[in-house]
Design a protein around this ligand. Structure first.
Ligand SMILES: NC(=O)C1=CN([C@@H]2O[C@H](COP(=O)(O)OP(=O)(O)OC[C@H]3O[C@@H](n4cnc5c(N)ncnc54)[C@H](O)[C@@H]3O)[C@@H](O)[C@H]2O)[C@@H](O)CC1
Ligand SMILES: Nc1ncnc2c1ncn2[C@@H]1O[C@H](COP(=O)(O)OP(=O)(O)O)[C@@H](O)[C@H]1O
Length: 546
Protein backbone atom coordinates (compact mmCIF):
# COMPACT_ATOMS: atom_id res chain seq x y z
CA UNK A 1 0.00 0.00 0.00
CA UNK A 2 1.27 3.46 -0.78
CA UNK A 3 1.65 5.90 2.05
CA UNK A 4 0.75 9.54 1.53
CA UNK A 5 4.45 10.32 1.35
CA UNK A 6 5.10 7.68 -1.32
CA UNK A 7 2.29 9.01 -3.44
CA UNK A 8 3.75 12.52 -3.23
CA UNK A 9 7.15 11.22 -4.19
CA UNK A 10 5.85 9.47 -7.26
CA UNK A 11 5.37 12.84 -8.91
CA UNK A 12 8.83 14.03 -7.99
CA UNK A 13 11.55 13.55 -10.60
CA UNK A 14 14.21 11.09 -9.52
CA UNK A 15 17.74 10.46 -10.62
CA UNK A 16 18.59 6.78 -11.09
CA UNK A 17 22.22 5.86 -10.51
CA UNK A 18 23.92 3.93 -13.32
CA UNK A 19 27.17 2.08 -12.60
CA UNK A 20 30.33 3.01 -14.52
CA UNK A 21 33.69 1.25 -14.73
CA UNK A 22 37.15 2.16 -15.97
CA UNK A 23 38.40 0.47 -19.13
CA UNK A 24 40.87 -1.49 -16.96
CA UNK A 25 38.07 -2.79 -14.75
CA UNK A 26 36.14 -4.02 -17.79
CA UNK A 27 39.28 -5.66 -19.17
CA UNK A 28 39.89 -7.35 -15.81
CA UNK A 29 36.30 -8.61 -15.78
CA UNK A 30 36.80 -10.09 -19.25
CA UNK A 31 40.02 -11.85 -18.26
CA UNK A 32 38.60 -14.95 -16.53
CA UNK A 33 36.27 -15.47 -19.48
CA UNK A 34 39.16 -15.08 -21.93
CA UNK A 35 41.26 -17.52 -19.85
CA UNK A 36 38.37 -19.99 -20.03
CA UNK A 37 38.46 -19.78 -23.84
CA UNK A 38 35.33 -17.66 -24.20
CA UNK A 39 37.01 -14.75 -26.01
CA UNK A 40 35.44 -15.63 -29.34
CA UNK A 41 31.97 -15.88 -27.79
CA UNK A 42 32.41 -12.45 -26.13
CA UNK A 43 33.48 -10.94 -29.42
CA UNK A 44 30.52 -12.48 -31.23
CA UNK A 45 28.12 -11.01 -28.65
CA UNK A 46 29.79 -7.62 -28.85
CA UNK A 47 29.77 -7.55 -32.64
CA UNK A 48 26.18 -8.77 -32.85
CA UNK A 49 25.09 -5.96 -30.52
CA UNK A 50 27.14 -3.46 -32.51
CA UNK A 51 25.55 -4.57 -35.80
CA UNK A 52 22.06 -4.41 -34.23
CA UNK A 53 22.63 -0.81 -33.15
CA UNK A 54 24.05 0.16 -36.54
CA UNK A 55 20.95 -1.29 -38.22
CA UNK A 56 18.73 0.81 -35.93
CA UNK A 57 20.74 3.93 -36.67
CA UNK A 58 20.60 3.33 -40.44
CA UNK A 59 16.88 2.61 -40.26
CA UNK A 60 16.26 5.89 -38.39
CA UNK A 61 18.50 7.85 -40.73
CA UNK A 62 17.48 6.45 -44.14
CA UNK A 63 14.19 4.67 -43.55
CA UNK A 64 15.73 1.36 -44.66
CA UNK A 65 18.95 -0.58 -44.25
CA UNK A 66 19.09 -2.37 -47.59
CA UNK A 67 21.75 -0.88 -49.87
CA UNK A 68 23.19 1.44 -47.19
CA UNK A 69 26.95 1.94 -47.40
CA UNK A 70 29.01 1.35 -44.27
CA UNK A 71 32.78 1.70 -44.19
CA UNK A 72 34.62 0.16 -41.24
CA UNK A 73 38.00 1.54 -40.17
CA UNK A 74 39.76 -1.49 -38.76
CA UNK A 75 42.70 -1.59 -36.35
CA UNK A 76 45.02 -4.41 -35.38
CA UNK A 77 43.42 -5.70 -32.16
CA UNK A 78 40.13 -7.09 -30.87
CA UNK A 79 38.41 -3.74 -31.40
CA UNK A 80 39.05 -4.21 -35.12
CA UNK A 81 37.88 -7.82 -34.74
CA UNK A 82 34.54 -6.65 -33.35
CA UNK A 83 34.27 -4.24 -36.26
CA UNK A 84 34.94 -6.92 -38.90
CA UNK A 85 32.43 -9.37 -37.41
CA UNK A 86 29.84 -6.58 -37.24
CA UNK A 87 30.49 -5.69 -40.90
CA UNK A 88 30.01 -9.38 -41.81
CA UNK A 89 26.60 -9.38 -40.02
CA UNK A 90 25.62 -6.16 -41.76
CA UNK A 91 26.41 -7.66 -45.17
CA UNK A 92 24.04 -10.51 -44.41
CA UNK A 93 21.31 -7.88 -43.88
CA UNK A 94 21.89 -6.35 -47.32
CA UNK A 95 24.19 -3.53 -46.21
CA UNK A 96 27.08 -2.70 -48.55
CA UNK A 97 29.70 -3.03 -45.79
CA UNK A 98 33.35 -2.49 -46.66
CA UNK A 99 36.54 -2.36 -44.62
CA UNK A 100 39.67 -0.25 -44.61
CA UNK A 101 42.54 -1.90 -42.76
CA UNK A 102 44.45 0.92 -41.10
CA UNK A 103 47.24 -1.29 -39.75
CA UNK A 104 49.38 -3.99 -41.41
CA UNK A 105 47.73 -6.76 -39.34
CA UNK A 106 44.23 -7.48 -38.09
CA UNK A 107 42.14 -10.15 -36.30
CA UNK A 108 42.46 -13.05 -38.76
CA UNK A 109 39.31 -15.03 -37.93
CA UNK A 110 37.19 -11.89 -38.08
CA UNK A 111 38.75 -10.96 -41.43
CA UNK A 112 37.94 -14.43 -42.74
CA UNK A 113 34.32 -14.07 -41.56
CA UNK A 114 34.08 -10.68 -43.27
CA UNK A 115 35.51 -12.01 -46.55
CA UNK A 116 33.24 -15.08 -46.40
CA UNK A 117 30.26 -12.73 -46.14
CA UNK A 118 31.40 -11.17 -49.45
CA UNK A 119 33.20 -8.22 -47.85
CA UNK A 120 35.77 -6.30 -49.85
CA UNK A 121 38.81 -4.46 -48.57
CA UNK A 122 39.57 -0.98 -49.85
CA UNK A 123 42.28 1.54 -49.21
CA UNK A 124 40.32 4.80 -49.16
CA UNK A 125 37.43 6.09 -47.05
CA UNK A 126 34.55 6.86 -49.46
CA UNK A 127 32.98 10.27 -49.41
CA UNK A 128 29.45 8.99 -49.95
CA UNK A 129 29.27 6.43 -47.12
CA UNK A 130 26.10 6.55 -45.03
CA UNK A 131 27.98 5.46 -41.95
CA UNK A 132 31.59 5.15 -40.85
CA UNK A 133 32.38 2.54 -38.21
CA UNK A 134 35.38 3.45 -36.05
CA UNK A 135 36.95 0.14 -34.95
CA UNK A 136 40.59 1.23 -34.93
CA UNK A 137 41.40 1.07 -31.24
CA UNK A 138 39.37 0.55 -28.06
CA UNK A 139 40.39 -0.19 -24.48
CA UNK A 140 43.82 -1.40 -25.67
CA UNK A 141 44.75 2.17 -26.75
CA UNK A 142 48.25 3.23 -25.75
CA UNK A 143 50.46 6.17 -26.71
CA UNK A 144 48.83 8.72 -28.93
CA UNK A 145 46.41 8.44 -31.84
CA UNK A 146 46.43 10.13 -35.21
CA UNK A 147 42.81 10.33 -36.39
CA UNK A 148 42.20 10.01 -40.15
CA UNK A 149 40.08 12.71 -41.77
CA UNK A 150 36.52 11.55 -42.35
CA UNK A 151 33.81 12.65 -44.80
CA UNK A 152 31.61 15.42 -43.35
CA UNK A 153 28.22 13.90 -44.09
CA UNK A 154 28.57 10.35 -42.79
CA UNK A 155 27.25 9.32 -39.39
CA UNK A 156 30.15 8.03 -37.28
CA UNK A 157 29.64 5.09 -34.91
CA UNK A 158 32.45 4.13 -32.52
CA UNK A 159 33.02 0.52 -31.55
CA UNK A 160 33.35 0.39 -27.74
CA UNK A 161 35.17 3.75 -27.44
CA UNK A 162 36.06 6.49 -29.92
CA UNK A 163 39.63 5.89 -31.12
CA UNK A 164 42.02 8.29 -29.42
CA UNK A 165 39.95 8.67 -26.23
CA UNK A 166 41.43 7.34 -22.97
CA UNK A 167 39.05 4.72 -21.55
CA UNK A 168 39.55 5.93 -17.98
CA UNK A 169 39.85 9.71 -18.08
CA UNK A 170 38.21 10.61 -21.39
CA UNK A 171 41.34 12.58 -22.34
CA UNK A 172 42.14 12.74 -26.04
CA UNK A 173 45.72 11.69 -26.63
CA UNK A 174 46.85 13.06 -29.99
CA UNK A 175 43.66 13.41 -32.03
CA UNK A 176 40.49 11.36 -31.75
CA UNK A 177 37.59 10.29 -33.95
CA UNK A 178 34.45 12.24 -33.04
CA UNK A 179 31.54 9.82 -32.97
CA UNK A 180 27.82 10.53 -33.25
CA UNK A 181 27.13 7.25 -31.45
CA UNK A 182 29.23 4.90 -29.36
CA UNK A 183 28.23 1.28 -28.83
CA UNK A 184 30.11 0.10 -25.77
CA UNK A 185 30.47 -3.42 -24.41
CA UNK A 186 30.08 -4.88 -20.94
CA UNK A 187 29.23 -1.63 -19.11
CA UNK A 188 29.59 2.13 -19.32
CA UNK A 189 33.19 3.23 -19.22
CA UNK A 190 34.29 6.32 -17.32
CA UNK A 191 36.19 7.60 -20.37
CA UNK A 192 32.88 7.97 -22.22
CA UNK A 193 31.58 10.38 -19.58
CA UNK A 194 34.58 12.32 -18.33
CA UNK A 195 36.78 14.97 -19.92
CA UNK A 196 36.52 15.26 -23.68
CA UNK A 197 35.17 11.71 -23.86
CA UNK A 198 31.56 12.89 -23.41
CA UNK A 199 31.73 15.19 -26.43
CA UNK A 200 33.57 12.64 -28.59
CA UNK A 201 31.21 9.73 -27.81
CA UNK A 202 27.85 11.12 -28.94
CA UNK A 203 24.81 9.03 -27.96
CA UNK A 204 25.85 6.10 -25.80
CA UNK A 205 24.51 2.57 -26.26
CA UNK A 206 25.57 -0.42 -24.23
CA UNK A 207 25.64 -4.09 -25.11
CA UNK A 208 25.50 -6.69 -22.38
CA UNK A 209 28.16 -9.26 -23.27
CA UNK A 210 27.61 -11.37 -20.14
CA UNK A 211 30.30 -9.95 -17.87
CA UNK A 212 27.68 -9.60 -15.09
CA UNK A 213 29.13 -11.58 -12.18
CA UNK A 214 32.71 -10.71 -13.11
CA UNK A 215 32.24 -6.96 -12.88
CA UNK A 216 33.82 -5.44 -9.75
CA UNK A 217 32.40 -2.67 -7.56
CA UNK A 218 31.89 0.22 -10.01
CA UNK A 219 34.35 3.11 -10.18
CA UNK A 220 31.33 5.34 -9.59
CA UNK A 221 27.67 5.88 -10.39
CA UNK A 222 26.45 8.39 -12.91
CA UNK A 223 23.27 10.29 -12.01
CA UNK A 224 20.78 10.10 -14.80
CA UNK A 225 18.41 12.98 -15.40
CA UNK A 226 15.21 11.00 -15.38
CA UNK A 227 12.03 10.09 -13.67
CA UNK A 228 10.85 6.51 -13.14
CA UNK A 229 10.78 4.31 -16.15
CA UNK A 230 9.84 0.92 -14.76
CA UNK A 231 11.70 -1.85 -16.51
CA UNK A 232 14.28 0.26 -18.23
CA UNK A 233 17.01 1.14 -15.81
CA UNK A 234 20.53 -0.25 -15.75
CA UNK A 235 21.10 -1.40 -12.18
CA UNK A 236 24.11 -1.89 -9.99
CA UNK A 237 26.27 -4.65 -11.37
CA UNK A 238 24.01 -5.13 -14.38
CA UNK A 239 24.05 -3.03 -17.47
CA UNK A 240 21.11 -3.73 -19.69
CA UNK A 241 21.17 -2.84 -23.31
CA UNK A 242 17.73 -1.29 -23.55
CA UNK A 243 17.98 0.20 -20.11
CA UNK A 244 21.01 2.38 -20.37
CA UNK A 245 20.14 3.44 -23.88
CA UNK A 246 16.83 4.75 -22.71
CA UNK A 247 18.30 6.39 -19.67
CA UNK A 248 20.91 8.27 -21.59
CA UNK A 249 18.62 9.21 -24.42
CA UNK A 250 15.80 10.65 -22.37
CA UNK A 251 15.82 14.36 -21.80
CA UNK A 252 13.71 16.34 -19.34
CA UNK A 253 11.36 17.46 -22.07
CA UNK A 254 10.54 13.81 -22.74
CA UNK A 255 9.29 13.17 -19.24
CA UNK A 256 5.67 13.74 -20.24
CA UNK A 257 5.96 10.43 -22.08
CA UNK A 258 6.61 8.60 -18.88
CA UNK A 259 3.69 6.92 -17.26
CA UNK A 260 3.59 7.69 -13.56
CA UNK A 261 0.56 5.52 -13.02
CA UNK A 262 2.31 2.23 -13.76
CA UNK A 263 5.30 1.10 -11.80
CA UNK A 264 6.16 0.19 -8.33
CA UNK A 265 5.58 2.92 -5.84
CA UNK A 266 8.18 5.11 -7.45
CA UNK A 267 11.11 2.70 -7.54
CA UNK A 268 13.03 2.41 -10.80
CA UNK A 269 13.84 -1.16 -11.76
CA UNK A 270 16.24 -2.77 -14.17
CA UNK A 271 15.25 -5.42 -16.68
CA UNK A 272 15.96 -8.12 -14.13
CA UNK A 273 13.28 -6.52 -11.95
CA UNK A 274 15.73 -5.34 -9.34
CA UNK A 275 15.33 -1.94 -7.71
CA UNK A 276 18.06 0.54 -8.59
CA UNK A 277 19.00 3.44 -6.36
CA UNK A 278 17.16 6.61 -7.25
CA UNK A 279 17.91 10.02 -5.75
CA UNK A 280 14.66 11.84 -5.06
CA UNK A 281 13.60 14.91 -3.09
CA UNK A 282 10.89 14.42 -0.46
CA UNK A 283 8.23 16.98 0.25
CA UNK A 284 7.24 18.00 3.79
CA UNK A 285 5.22 15.67 6.02
CA UNK A 286 1.54 16.58 6.22
CA UNK A 287 1.91 17.31 9.95
CA UNK A 288 5.17 19.29 9.62
CA UNK A 289 5.65 22.72 11.12
CA UNK A 290 8.34 25.17 10.10
CA UNK A 291 10.78 24.09 12.79
CA UNK A 292 10.24 20.35 12.35
CA UNK A 293 10.62 20.75 8.60
CA UNK A 294 14.04 22.29 9.01
CA UNK A 295 15.60 25.71 9.58
CA UNK A 296 18.54 26.63 7.37
CA UNK A 297 21.01 29.18 8.71
CA UNK A 298 23.08 30.96 6.06
CA UNK A 299 26.21 32.94 6.82
CA UNK A 300 26.54 34.53 3.40
CA UNK A 301 27.27 37.85 1.70
CA UNK A 302 29.42 40.82 2.59
CA UNK A 303 29.34 44.52 1.67
CA UNK A 304 31.41 43.64 -1.40
CA UNK A 305 29.31 40.64 -2.47
CA UNK A 306 25.72 41.24 -1.30
CA UNK A 307 24.27 39.40 -4.33
CA UNK A 308 25.68 36.04 -3.25
CA UNK A 309 23.46 36.21 -0.16
CA UNK A 310 20.38 36.81 -2.31
CA UNK A 311 21.24 33.90 -4.56
CA UNK A 312 21.89 31.31 -1.88
CA UNK A 313 18.89 32.35 0.23
CA UNK A 314 16.66 32.40 -2.87
CA UNK A 315 17.88 28.95 -3.88
CA UNK A 316 17.19 27.57 -0.41
CA UNK A 317 13.64 28.97 -0.44
CA UNK A 318 12.91 27.62 -3.92
CA UNK A 319 14.28 24.19 -2.97
CA UNK A 320 12.04 24.20 0.11
CA UNK A 321 12.89 24.79 3.79
CA UNK A 322 10.93 25.34 7.00
CA UNK A 323 12.70 28.66 7.45
CA UNK A 324 15.71 30.44 5.98
CA UNK A 325 17.62 32.70 8.34
CA UNK A 326 20.46 34.90 7.20
CA UNK A 327 23.43 36.09 9.21
CA UNK A 328 24.93 39.11 7.45
CA UNK A 329 25.85 42.76 8.04
CA UNK A 330 22.73 44.91 8.49
CA UNK A 331 22.66 46.38 4.99
CA UNK A 332 23.15 42.97 3.37
CA UNK A 333 20.57 41.27 5.59
CA UNK A 334 18.10 44.10 4.91
CA UNK A 335 18.55 43.73 1.16
CA UNK A 336 17.91 39.98 1.45
CA UNK A 337 14.76 40.53 3.52
CA UNK A 338 13.55 43.17 1.07
CA UNK A 339 13.94 40.69 -1.75
CA UNK A 340 12.78 37.59 0.15
CA UNK A 341 10.45 38.87 2.92
CA UNK A 342 10.04 35.38 4.40
CA UNK A 343 13.72 35.38 5.41
CA UNK A 344 14.62 36.03 9.04
CA UNK A 345 17.79 37.95 9.90
CA UNK A 346 19.52 36.25 12.81
CA UNK A 347 22.96 36.02 14.35
CA UNK A 348 21.95 32.94 16.32
CA UNK A 349 22.06 29.52 14.70
CA UNK A 350 20.63 27.60 17.65
CA UNK A 351 17.58 26.23 15.85
CA UNK A 352 19.45 25.42 12.67
CA UNK A 353 18.99 21.96 11.17
CA UNK A 354 21.73 22.85 8.67
CA UNK A 355 24.03 25.70 7.74
CA UNK A 356 25.54 27.28 4.64
CA UNK A 357 28.80 29.11 5.23
CA UNK A 358 30.79 30.96 2.63
CA UNK A 359 29.07 32.36 -0.48
CA UNK A 360 29.99 36.02 -0.91
CA UNK A 361 32.19 36.40 2.19
CA UNK A 362 35.19 37.31 0.04
CA UNK A 363 38.24 38.21 2.09
CA UNK A 364 36.29 40.26 4.64
CA UNK A 365 38.15 39.36 7.83
CA UNK A 366 35.20 40.04 10.13
CA UNK A 367 32.96 37.77 8.08
CA UNK A 368 35.61 35.06 7.97
CA UNK A 369 35.95 35.19 11.77
CA UNK A 370 32.18 34.72 12.07
CA UNK A 371 32.43 31.86 9.59
CA UNK A 372 35.07 30.15 11.70
CA UNK A 373 32.98 30.46 14.84
CA UNK A 374 29.95 29.01 13.05
CA UNK A 375 31.99 26.17 11.62
CA UNK A 376 33.14 25.30 15.15
CA UNK A 377 29.51 25.30 16.27
CA UNK A 378 28.57 22.98 13.41
CA UNK A 379 31.48 20.74 14.28
CA UNK A 380 30.71 20.61 18.02
CA UNK A 381 27.07 19.71 17.47
CA UNK A 382 27.46 17.78 14.18
CA UNK A 383 25.04 20.14 12.45
CA UNK A 384 25.04 19.44 8.69
CA UNK A 385 26.90 22.24 6.97
CA UNK A 386 27.93 23.39 3.47
CA UNK A 387 31.32 25.09 3.26
CA UNK A 388 31.66 27.02 0.02
CA UNK A 389 33.88 29.66 -1.60
CA UNK A 390 36.15 31.52 0.83
CA UNK A 391 34.95 29.44 3.81
CA UNK A 392 36.98 26.63 2.21
CA UNK A 393 40.05 28.62 3.25
CA UNK A 394 39.20 27.86 6.86
CA UNK A 395 40.31 24.30 6.20
CA UNK A 396 43.91 24.04 7.28
CA UNK A 397 46.05 21.20 8.66
CA UNK A 398 45.67 22.82 12.12
CA UNK A 399 41.87 22.86 11.88
CA UNK A 400 41.76 19.23 10.81
CA UNK A 401 44.19 18.22 13.57
CA UNK A 402 42.04 19.91 16.24
CA UNK A 403 41.87 17.47 19.15
CA UNK A 404 38.57 15.71 19.65
CA UNK A 405 37.60 15.42 15.99
CA UNK A 406 39.96 12.62 14.88
CA UNK A 407 41.40 14.72 12.06
CA UNK A 408 38.06 14.94 10.35
CA UNK A 409 35.41 17.56 9.58
CA UNK A 410 32.80 14.83 9.69
CA UNK A 411 30.50 13.28 7.12
CA UNK A 412 27.83 15.87 7.91
CA UNK A 413 30.03 18.56 6.31
CA UNK A 414 29.84 19.20 2.57
CA UNK A 415 32.69 21.01 0.82
CA UNK A 416 31.87 22.50 -2.60
CA UNK A 417 35.16 23.52 -4.25
CA UNK A 418 35.61 24.03 -7.97
CA UNK A 419 38.89 22.59 -9.23
CA UNK A 420 40.80 25.85 -8.60
CA UNK A 421 39.67 25.91 -4.96
CA UNK A 422 40.47 22.20 -4.62
CA UNK A 423 43.97 22.86 -5.95
CA UNK A 424 44.52 25.54 -3.29
CA UNK A 425 43.24 23.16 -0.62
CA UNK A 426 45.59 20.45 -1.88
CA UNK A 427 48.52 22.84 -1.56
CA UNK A 428 47.46 23.99 1.90
CA UNK A 429 47.11 20.40 3.07
CA UNK A 430 50.42 19.55 1.38
CA UNK A 431 49.00 16.52 -0.39
CA UNK A 432 50.88 15.58 -3.55
CA UNK A 433 48.50 12.79 -4.50
CA UNK A 434 45.60 15.24 -4.64
CA UNK A 435 47.69 17.86 -6.44
CA UNK A 436 48.70 15.32 -9.10
CA UNK A 437 45.15 14.02 -9.58
CA UNK A 438 43.89 17.58 -10.08
CA UNK A 439 46.75 18.52 -12.39
CA UNK A 440 45.97 15.45 -14.53
CA UNK A 441 42.24 16.29 -14.41
CA UNK A 442 41.52 12.93 -12.78
CA UNK A 443 38.41 14.21 -11.01
CA UNK A 444 37.23 10.71 -10.18
CA UNK A 445 40.39 10.20 -8.14
CA UNK A 446 40.66 13.76 -6.80
CA UNK A 447 37.24 14.05 -5.13
CA UNK A 448 37.59 10.83 -3.06
CA UNK A 449 41.11 11.85 -2.06
CA UNK A 450 39.92 15.21 -0.76
CA UNK A 451 37.07 13.46 1.06
CA UNK A 452 39.57 11.11 2.66
CA UNK A 453 41.88 13.98 3.69
CA UNK A 454 39.13 16.09 5.27
CA UNK A 455 36.65 13.45 6.44
CA UNK A 456 33.94 15.50 4.71
CA UNK A 457 31.69 14.94 1.72
CA UNK A 458 33.22 16.65 -1.32
CA UNK A 459 31.41 18.13 -4.31
CA UNK A 460 34.15 18.77 -6.86
CA UNK A 461 32.44 21.16 -9.28
CA UNK A 462 33.01 21.58 -12.98
CA UNK A 463 31.51 20.53 -16.32
CA UNK A 464 31.49 17.07 -14.74
CA UNK A 465 30.80 17.23 -11.01
CA UNK A 466 31.96 14.42 -8.73
CA UNK A 467 30.50 13.80 -5.29
CA UNK A 468 32.61 11.70 -2.92
CA UNK A 469 32.27 10.75 0.72
CA UNK A 470 34.95 9.49 3.09
CA UNK A 471 34.92 5.69 3.32
CA UNK A 472 34.36 3.16 0.62
CA UNK A 473 31.12 4.29 -1.03
CA UNK A 474 31.80 4.82 -4.74
CA UNK A 475 31.72 8.41 -5.99
CA UNK A 476 28.71 9.79 -7.83
CA UNK A 477 29.09 11.70 -11.07
CA UNK A 478 26.95 14.29 -12.78
CA UNK A 479 27.80 14.46 -16.46
CA UNK A 480 24.72 15.80 -18.26
CA UNK A 481 25.86 18.95 -20.08
CA UNK A 482 24.67 22.29 -18.72
CA UNK A 483 27.30 24.69 -20.10
CA UNK A 484 25.24 27.78 -19.20
CA UNK A 485 26.13 27.10 -15.56
CA UNK A 486 29.58 28.50 -16.33
CA UNK A 487 28.51 31.92 -15.09
CA UNK A 488 29.09 33.87 -11.88
CA UNK A 489 26.81 33.07 -8.97
CA UNK A 490 25.69 29.56 -9.94
CA UNK A 491 27.89 28.15 -7.18
CA UNK A 492 26.05 30.33 -4.64
CA UNK A 493 22.79 28.85 -5.92
CA UNK A 494 24.15 25.32 -5.56
CA UNK A 495 25.25 25.98 -1.96
CA UNK A 496 21.71 27.16 -1.11
CA UNK A 497 20.13 24.11 -2.73
CA UNK A 498 22.37 21.64 -0.90
CA UNK A 499 21.89 23.52 2.38
CA UNK A 500 18.09 23.29 2.00
CA UNK A 501 18.30 19.56 1.33
CA UNK A 502 20.55 19.02 4.35
CA UNK A 503 18.01 20.86 6.49
CA UNK A 504 14.94 18.99 5.25
CA UNK A 505 15.80 15.54 3.91
CA UNK A 506 16.25 12.47 6.09
CA UNK A 507 19.22 11.38 4.04
CA UNK A 508 23.00 11.43 4.33
CA UNK A 509 24.99 14.51 3.38
CA UNK A 510 26.36 12.53 0.43
CA UNK A 511 22.85 11.88 -0.81
CA UNK A 512 21.78 15.52 -0.32
CA UNK A 513 24.89 16.82 -2.05
CA UNK A 514 24.36 14.58 -5.07
CA UNK A 515 20.66 15.35 -5.28
CA UNK A 516 21.46 19.07 -5.04
CA UNK A 517 23.90 18.85 -7.94
CA UNK A 518 21.28 17.04 -10.04
CA UNK A 519 18.52 19.56 -9.21
CA UNK A 520 20.86 22.49 -9.97
CA UNK A 521 21.81 21.14 -13.41
CA UNK A 522 18.24 20.06 -14.16
CA UNK A 523 17.08 23.63 -13.51
CA UNK A 524 19.72 24.94 -15.93
CA UNK A 525 18.67 22.41 -18.56
CA UNK A 526 14.99 23.30 -18.19
CA UNK A 527 15.85 26.98 -18.55
CA UNK A 528 18.27 26.47 -21.39
CA UNK A 529 17.67 23.08 -23.06
CA UNK A 530 19.91 23.89 -26.03
CA UNK A 531 22.85 25.05 -23.94
CA UNK A 532 22.95 28.57 -25.39
CA UNK A 533 23.86 29.98 -21.99
CA UNK A 534 21.74 33.10 -22.19
CA UNK A 535 20.82 33.37 -18.53
CA UNK A 536 22.27 34.58 -15.27
CA UNK A 537 22.40 32.67 -11.99
CA UNK A 538 19.31 34.42 -10.57
CA UNK A 539 17.15 33.00 -13.41
CA UNK A 540 17.76 29.52 -11.98
CA UNK A 541 15.73 30.44 -8.90
CA UNK A 542 12.54 30.74 -10.94
CA UNK A 543 12.77 27.19 -12.28
CA UNK A 544 14.14 25.37 -9.24
CA UNK A 545 10.71 24.63 -7.87
CA UNK A 546 9.42 23.04 -11.14
N1 LIG B 1 38.98 -8.73 -24.68
C1 LIG B 1 37.86 -9.29 -25.16
O1 LIG B 1 37.62 -10.46 -25.18
C2 LIG B 1 36.87 -8.46 -25.70
C3 LIG B 1 37.27 -7.30 -26.23
N2 LIG B 1 36.44 -6.59 -26.93
C4 LIG B 1 36.97 -5.57 -27.82
O2 LIG B 1 38.35 -5.56 -27.80
C5 LIG B 1 38.85 -4.27 -27.49
C6 LIG B 1 40.11 -4.44 -26.76
O3 LIG B 1 40.90 -5.26 -27.58
P1 LIG B 1 42.46 -5.25 -27.55
O4 LIG B 1 42.93 -5.56 -26.19
O5 LIG B 1 42.93 -6.14 -28.64
O6 LIG B 1 42.83 -3.75 -27.83
P2 LIG B 1 42.41 -2.75 -29.00
O7 LIG B 1 41.94 -3.46 -30.20
O8 LIG B 1 41.54 -1.72 -28.41
O9 LIG B 1 43.79 -2.07 -29.23
C7 LIG B 1 44.99 -2.79 -29.27
C8 LIG B 1 45.51 -2.83 -30.65
O10 LIG B 1 45.57 -1.51 -31.16
C9 LIG B 1 46.93 -1.16 -31.43
N3 LIG B 1 47.12 0.18 -30.88
C10 LIG B 1 47.36 0.53 -29.60
N4 LIG B 1 47.53 1.85 -29.48
C11 LIG B 1 47.36 2.35 -30.72
C12 LIG B 1 47.42 3.66 -31.24
N5 LIG B 1 47.72 4.70 -30.45
N6 LIG B 1 47.21 3.84 -32.56
C13 LIG B 1 46.92 2.80 -33.32
N7 LIG B 1 46.87 1.52 -32.90
C14 LIG B 1 47.09 1.29 -31.61
C15 LIG B 1 47.78 -2.17 -30.72
O11 LIG B 1 48.96 -2.39 -31.49
C16 LIG B 1 46.91 -3.40 -30.67
O12 LIG B 1 47.04 -4.20 -31.82
C17 LIG B 1 37.73 -3.60 -26.73
O13 LIG B 1 37.78 -2.20 -26.86
C18 LIG B 1 36.53 -4.19 -27.41
O14 LIG B 1 36.23 -3.50 -28.60
C19 LIG B 1 35.12 -7.12 -27.24
O15 LIG B 1 35.25 -7.94 -28.33
C20 LIG B 1 34.56 -7.88 -26.10
C21 LIG B 1 35.47 -8.95 -25.70
N1 LIG C 1 30.96 24.09 -18.40
C1 LIG C 1 30.15 23.75 -17.39
N2 LIG C 1 29.19 22.83 -17.58
C2 LIG C 1 28.35 22.50 -16.57
N3 LIG C 1 28.39 23.04 -15.33
C3 LIG C 1 29.32 23.95 -15.09
C4 LIG C 1 30.25 24.35 -16.09
N4 LIG C 1 31.06 25.30 -15.55
C5 LIG C 1 30.65 25.47 -14.27
N5 LIG C 1 29.60 24.66 -13.98
C6 LIG C 1 28.88 24.55 -12.70
O1 LIG C 1 28.56 25.88 -12.28
C7 LIG C 1 28.79 26.04 -10.89
C8 LIG C 1 29.85 27.13 -10.71
O2 LIG C 1 30.19 27.26 -9.37
P1 LIG C 1 31.31 28.29 -8.88
O3 LIG C 1 32.52 28.17 -9.73
O4 LIG C 1 31.47 28.11 -7.42
O5 LIG C 1 30.61 29.67 -9.22
P2 LIG C 1 30.41 31.02 -8.38
O6 LIG C 1 31.48 31.04 -7.34
O7 LIG C 1 30.55 32.14 -9.37
O8 LIG C 1 29.05 30.98 -7.81
C9 LIG C 1 29.18 24.66 -10.38
O9 LIG C 1 28.05 23.98 -9.93
C10 LIG C 1 29.76 23.97 -11.62
O10 LIG C 1 29.64 22.57 -11.57
Amino acid sequence: MLTQRDSQNRDEPGYPLIPVWTGEQIRAAEKPLLDAGEGEALMRRASWGLAAHILQILQAQRGSVYGATVVGLIGSGNNGGDGLYALASLRRRGVDARAVLLRPTCHTQALTAFCQAGGQLQTTIDDGADLILDAVVGTGFSGSFDAPSLPQDSVVVACDLPSGVDAETGAVRGTAIRADHTVTFGGLKTGLLLGQGRAFSGVLHTVDIGLGAHLPEPAGYVMSELVDIPGTTGGAGITTQAGVDNLLRFRPRDTRRIDHSSGSGGAARNLAGEAVPVLRRRGPDADAHKYSRGVLHLLVGSPRYPGAAQLSVGAALATGVGMAQVQAPDAVAQAVVNHWPETVASDQAERAAAMVIGPGLGDDSQRLAQAEALLQQSRRNAVPCVLDASALELITPELLADAGYAGSLGKHTVLTPHTGEAQKLAERLGDLQLQDALAEQKVLAAAPRLAQLTGAVVVLKGPVTVIAAPGDEPPLLHTEPAPGLATAGTGDVLAGIIGALLATQEESARYCAALGVALHAAAARRLDPRGHGRFGASALLGVLAD
